[in-house]
Design a protein. Structure first.
Length: 120
C-alpha cells in the first residue's frame, strides 16, 4: 500500500471516528443552458447537487486580514473521494439550508482533501 493510500485510509478513518461532527453538505453547481442565437438568451440553467460530508472550522483571529480572509469566513475540508468533481469558486456550498460562496479551493499536499474557504 502506497503512502497516498495510507493517508486516504487514515483520513476516511478520522471522518468515521468523528461520528456526527462532520456536517452534511451539498456542493451546488449551476451551469448555464445553451445559447439560443435567435432569442439571444440562454436556455434554462441546470443545477446539480453533490452531497458529501465535511469538517467546518473557523480561521484563527491572526489570519483574518479583512481582505483575503474576512471575519465570518469558514474553512471546509471535504474528502476528494466523496465527490466526483473539483469544487470551483463558481459553485456554492449549502449547509443546513444556508448557502455559502466558495472563495478559494485548494487540494492538500497528498490530494486527499479539498480545502475550501467559504463565505456567507
Amino acid at each position: 500500500m502506497g503512502l497516498r493510500a495510507v493517508l486516504a485510509h487514515a483520513t476516511a478513518t478520522a471522518f468515521t471516528a468523528l461520528g456526527d461532527i462532520p456536517a452534511d453538505i451539498l456542493i451546488r453547481r449551476t451551469e448555464t443552458g445553451e445559447y439560443d442565437p435567435v432569442s439571444g438568451e440562454y436556455t434554462d440553467e441546470v443545477v446539480t447537487d453533490y452531497p458529501c460530508q465535511g469538517l467546518l472550522t473557523g480561521y484563527n483571529d491572526f489570519l483574518i486580514d479583512g481582505t483575503r480572509i474576512k471575519t465570518g469566513d469558514r474553512k471546509l475540508s471535504i474528502r476528494q473521494a466523496e465527490i466526483p468533481i473539483r469544487p470551483t469558486v463558481s459553485d456554492q456550498v449549502v449547509i443546513g439550508g444556508e448557502s455559502w460562496a466558495i472563495v478559494n479551493v485548494e487540494a492538500d499536499a497528498a490530494s486527499i482533501l479539498w480545502k475550501l474557504q467559504i463565505r456567507s
